[in-house]
Structure formats: structure tokens, C-alpha cells
Design a protein around this ligand. Structure first.
Ligand code: ADP
Ligand code: ADP
Ligand code: ZN
Length: 217
């Protein structure tokens, strides 16, 4: 099963991906997580990517495509994958198409999580992430049990720099300019299903799983 989670920043892609991988038994591939890990570890990729993340801009396509292709080549992707945050430009989508074609694979479904801008800003400002394991929380909608401490690993829970209001708004603008065209791109391939991402987390998951089942069985 090869799926893409499409949607603006803070729509809930990562949150839903975590639920989905448990049921679908395919790996979640989050380009944002890959970049943050490399930045934390100070790798050459991290050094190249850091400024773009800080500014809320997209990392150049060549860099992103290469890391995704390498990731998709790994054994655990043989039975499928769930892409979270990739592709984000038409050029990335075309690069993914040629990777799949070369490997005789096809995409099964693109889930477009739709959320209005006001909600996205609220989700960004309240989002907190664990510095150690990357788990995601929200101060109002998905709070930790003990203030500042990750429920699952005990690490420190902090706000991402790019979730401050100004950068969050910038990222939404970048999404509208560069990523939104993918809705039409995948619609024209009859792969797109739109999900109402304004609902409660569990309801969004139910709607997603319903689409997945309808398209696979
Ligand atoms: P994305 O991966 O699309 O950027 P996340 O999954 O990190 O988004 O979610 C953004 C923030 O919104 C997080 O703080 C998360 O806890 C919260 N969130 C996610 N889905 C919902 C929802 N359906 N209702 C309320 N808050 C949500
Ligand atoms: P969100 O879902 O909240 O936008 P991500 O964690 O997916 O956040 O992405 C964080 C940042 O990582 C982006 O603002 C961008 O700088 C970079 N990034 C992630 N994925 C891509 C991609 N496919 N193409 C270009 N840049 C990316
Ligand atoms: Zn943690």
C-alpha cells in the first residue's frame, strides 16, 4: 500500500500518520523528521537544510528527492509506505512518479487533509514536540500529562521554532504557492480523496481508514 498524506502545515498529517502506520504496517516517511534529525546531529544534509527550515521555506527539490529515493530503496518500504510531507512541489511529485515507474510500482491513494487557515494557526501556536523522541502534542487539543514532559519517553517537550506565529503564517503561504497545485495534480490522476481535517483527531482517523478500506478491499 503506497499512500501520500497531503495537507498544509499543521493540518494533522503527522498525528494521523502515527495512527495509520500501526494499522497498515507500512513505514511513515516524514521528510520534516528526516531534516530535523540531520540538523540535530549536525550532518552535512542538516547543515544544508537548516536555514530553509528556520525561515519556513522549502528545502531545494534536488536535495529532498535524493533523500526520499534513498529512503524508498530500503527494505522496509517493499510492502509500501506512507509519505508525510512529501511531495511538496510539482517537481517532487514528478520525481516520485519517475522513481515509481522505474521500479514498476504505483501509488494507491493520496489523502488530502483539509483544514482552514485560522485552525492551522491555532494548531501551530499550540503544537509542542518532544526534543528526544519527536512525539507531537498540543497545549489544548492533545496535552501532555505532566507539564513540559513527554508522556512516552520523559524527554523535554518544547515549541518548534518554525511554529511561532510569523513563521507558521509564512509556511502556509509557501504551501499555497508551491504545494496546493498538487491537489489538482493528483485529482487528474484520480488518486485524490479529501478528508475534513477540522474534526476531532479520532474522527479524522476514522474517515481516513474508511477511505483506505474502500480503496483496497
Ligand atoms: P502536520 O504534521 O500536518 O504539520 P501535526 O500532526 O503535527 O500536523 O499536528 C499539528 C498540531 O495540531 C499538533 O499540535 C497536534 O497535536 C494538533 N492536532 C492534530 N490533529 C488535530 C485535530 N484533528 N484536532 C485538534 N488538534 C489537532
Ligand atoms: P509541517 O508539516 O508542519 O509543515 P514538516 O515537518 O513537514 O512540517 O516540515 C518542516 C520543514 O521541513 C518545512 O518547512 C521545510 O523547510 C522542510 N521540508 C519538509 N519536507 C519538505 C519537502 N518535501 N520539500 C521541501 N522542504 C521540506
Ligand atoms: Zn518523547
Amino acid at each position: 500500500m503506497r499512500l501520500i498524506l497531503l495537507g498544509p502545515p499543521n493540518a494533522g498529517k503527522g498525528t494521523q500518520a502515527k495512527q495509520m502506520v500501526e494499522e497498515l504496517k507500512v513505514p511513515q516517511i516524514s521528510t520534516g523528521d528526516i531534516f530535523r534529525k540531520n540538523i540535530k546531529e549536525g550532518t552535512p544534509l542538516g547543515v544544508k537544510a537548516k536555514n530553509y527550515l528556520d525561515e519556513g521555506l522549502l528545502v531545494p527539490d534536488e536535495l529532498v528527492v535524493q533523500i526520499v529515493n534513498d529512503r524508498l530503496d530500503q527494505d522496509d518500504c517493499r510492502n509500501g509506505f506512507l509519505l508525510d510531507g512529501f511531495p511538496r512541489t510539482v517537481a517532487q511529485a514528478k520525481a516520485l512518479d519517475s522513481y515509481l515507474e522505474k521500479n514498476n510500482l504505483n501509488l494507491d491513494l493520496v489523502l488530502n487533509i483539509h483544514v482552514e487557515k485560522d485552525t492551522l494557526i491555532k494548531r501551530a501556536i499550540g503544537r509542542r514536540v518532544c526534543k528526544s523522541c519527536g512525539a507531537t502534542y498540543h497545549i489544548d487539543f492533545q496535552p501532555v500529562q505532566i507539564d513540559g514532559i513527554c508522556d512516552s519517553c520523559g524527554g523535554n517537550v518544547v515549541q518548534r521554532d518554525d511554529d511561532k506565529k510569523e513563521t507558521a503564517e509564512k509556511r502556509i503561504q509557501v504551501y499555497m504557492d508551491e504545494t496546493q497545485p498538487l491537489i489538482e495534480y493528483y485529482q487528474s490522476k484520480s488518486l485524490l480523496k479529501t478528508i475534513n481535517g477540522e474534526q476531532e483527531i479520532s474522527q479524522v482517523t476514522d474517515d481516513i481508514m474508511k477511505e483506505v478500506k474502500e480503496n483496497f478491499q
